[in-house]
Design a protein around this ligand. Structure first.
Ligand SMILES: Cc1cc2nc3c(=O)[nH]c(=O)nc-3n(C[C@H](O)[C@H](O)[C@H](O)COP(=O)(O)OP(=O)(O)OC[C@H]3O[C@@H](n4cnc5c(N)ncnc54)[C@H](O)[C@@H]3O)c2cc1C
Length: 492
């Protein structure tokens, strides 16, 4: 099969690299023959990430982006030299880890060199006194967690994609795990980092519990989405593995009641590790057998830690739920959630029915949370071709929440999947902004949200673009993402 048989989705700005064989030889010189490929089978494997519409494209024989070279660097010198070559030849470099990103962040829309981080997979140090672990950035999340569990520890960062995502990918997208209400998002967990800048220079940020040493430059690379530097290793907080877990669930008459109960819990400085509100539609989908939850809003909680504290947290959690008319549904719904929490079969079957499906997570302060939920549902239900829109709330803070919408539908005749997908994205994000929310909670910006960044950030986005230009004047690192309007829409 030839690539001419495939239609390329993102082709607008792709230009052919003229001296390809010469560049391949130079790459081989830097990292050795076994670490470079231009085989079609390899190129094809890196044409997409896990952006859900990508699965529709795959079964239709469409490809998102087409890289020119695949590389597997083994050390920081390899990365540094590849970046120097890319600057010299003005070739895009796209960091690629496990490809589980859902916003197109790792799609090579301008072609170029894929820098696959999978050989950066070593755990370098665990320090039980400082409660830290240091690992290379390409390490698979599950491998890191298994290693820690065997020693009696956890990072507390357990995203649904833990088996298919990496430490570097988490940092790049400011990821959030299922237990984030207690342990925080990845930006709360990272204590130190090593980064290769676009010009090939290496910087090391000290591992520190807190500092007062001027602006914290390391924060620039958390959420950098591979556009400002390559994260090569990081030091994370770890915690002793919990002694006790309490599984609690309550069904509430309304979405508002469930939000209020949780707001009251967090005001007491009580942090159940897991809290998940399922709206009425998702309660019906995930808990059809729980009679007490019929037509209600299910909330599952897990309190974990040392027994004495967990017992107290459980008491207060129950007290607040009962006060907001919650009905105790026992531990069975939580056990069910624990058993099924990594299952995504529903999502992956959608493309076979020609359904375009997506999940969009956003953030909100408490005062806007219910309004955002209702505004998005109302706006999305007006989109022609929409079959479903539901939501759950899965990340909580004393000041607000992360809300996660799921929608699916079929484009009207004459429209492409991408037309429909963009219309739904734009409708969701516009409704979120109109209702006072923020456009992303943990999946990042990538391609899908880039055209909303000016509205989200305001004039600060111009400063961000200047910083990008300063660090990467030839725009070689992951071009077409984060700062660039790849889609239509946004504020103008
Ligand atoms: C089924 C499923 C469930 C998911 N569940 C969650 C969840 O619970 N929580 C959550 O937060 N996300 C979730 N995601 C999204 C995804 O797993 C995250 O965005 C994850 O952080 C991406 O990691 P990755 O290693 O796969 O990165 P990739 O997809 O390979 O890359 C993502 C971005 O990071 C950049 N990048 C990768 N490595 C580096 C590096 N070392 N240095 C600099 N830039 C780099 C890439 O260029 C790209 O822009 C889910 C995705 C799927 C498909």
């Amino acid at each position: 099969m030839d690539f001419k048989d495939f239609e390329l989705i993102y082709k607008e700005n792709r230009s052919e690299i003229k001296n390809k064989s010469n560049i391949k030889l130079k790459l081989i010189e830097i990292i050795g023959e076994k670490n470079v490929s231009t085989e079609e089978v390899d190129l094809l494997a890196y044409t997409k990430d896990s952006t859900l519409i990508g699965f529709n494209w795959t079964i239709q024989g469409l490809i998102a982006g087409l890289p020119d070279f695949i590389t597997w660097p083994e050390n920081v010198i390899h990365i540094s030299e590849i970046l120097k070559l890319a600057n010299l030849e003005k070739i895009p470099v796209i960091p690629y880890a496990e490809g589980s990103g859902c916003v197109g962040g790792a799609i090579p829309i301008y072609g170029g060199i894929i820098l696959d981080m999978k050989k950066f997979n070593k755990i370098l140090d665990i320090n039980e006194k400082n409660l830290t672990v240091t690992a290379q950035a390409g390490i698979n999340g599950m491998n890191l967690e298994r290693f820690l569990e065997a020693k009696g520890y956890t990072t507390g960062h357990i995203p649904q994609s833990i088996r298919m995502s990496s430490l570097g990918g988490w940092i790049a997208h400011r990821a959030a795990g299922q237990f984030s209400t207690k342990y925080g998002k990845i930006e709360d967990i990272v204590l130190g980092m090593e980064v290769v800048l676009p010009d090939g220079k290496l910087i090391n940020f000290k591992t520190i519990p807190r500092a007062s040493t001027g602006p914290q430059l390391d924060k620039l690379f958390i959420g950098g989405e591979g556009t400002l530097g390559i994260v090569t290793k990081a030091t994370l907080k770890i915690w002793p593995y919990p002694e006790k877990r309490s599984l609690i669930s309550y069904a509430f008459p309304t979405f508002e009641d469930s939000l209020e109960a949780i707001r009251q819990i967090l005001r007491e400085y009580i942090f159940p590790a897991v809290i998940r509100i399922y709206d009425q539609f998702e309660t019906m989908r995930h808990f059809p057998d729980i009679e007490k939850a019929k037509d209600k809003v299910m909330v599952v909680f897990i309190c974990e830690g040392i027994k004495k504290l967990v017992d107290l947290e459980e008491d207060i959690t129950r007290e607040k739920c009962i006060k907001e008319s919650g009905i105790d549904c026992g531990d069975h719904p939580v056990e069910h959630w624990l058993k099924t929490r990594f299952r995504v079969t529903e999502t992956s079957t959608m493309p076979f029915y020609k359904i375009v499906f997506e999940t969009v997570e956003v953030a909100s302060l408490w005062e806007n949370a219910a309004n955002i939920y209702h505004t998005v549902l109302e706006s999305m239900n007006k989109v022609k071709g929409l079959l479903m829109i539901t939501a759950h709330v899965s990340h909580f803070y004393p000041n607000g929440v992360g809300i996660y919408f799921s929608w699916g539908g079929v484009p009207l005749k004459g429209n492409t999947d991408l037309d429909f997908y963009q219309e739904c994205w734009n409708t969701t994000i516009k409704a979120v902004l109109d209702a006072g929310g923020s456009i992303a909670h943990h999946h990042g910006i990538g391609i899908n949200r880039a055209h909303w960044m000016d509205q989200e950030w305001g004039v600060a986005m111009n400063t961000m673009r200047k910083i990008k230009n300063l660090l990467d004047p030839k725009n070689i690192l992951n071009p077409g993402k984060l700062y660039v309007r790849t889609w239509k829409g946004g504020d103008n």
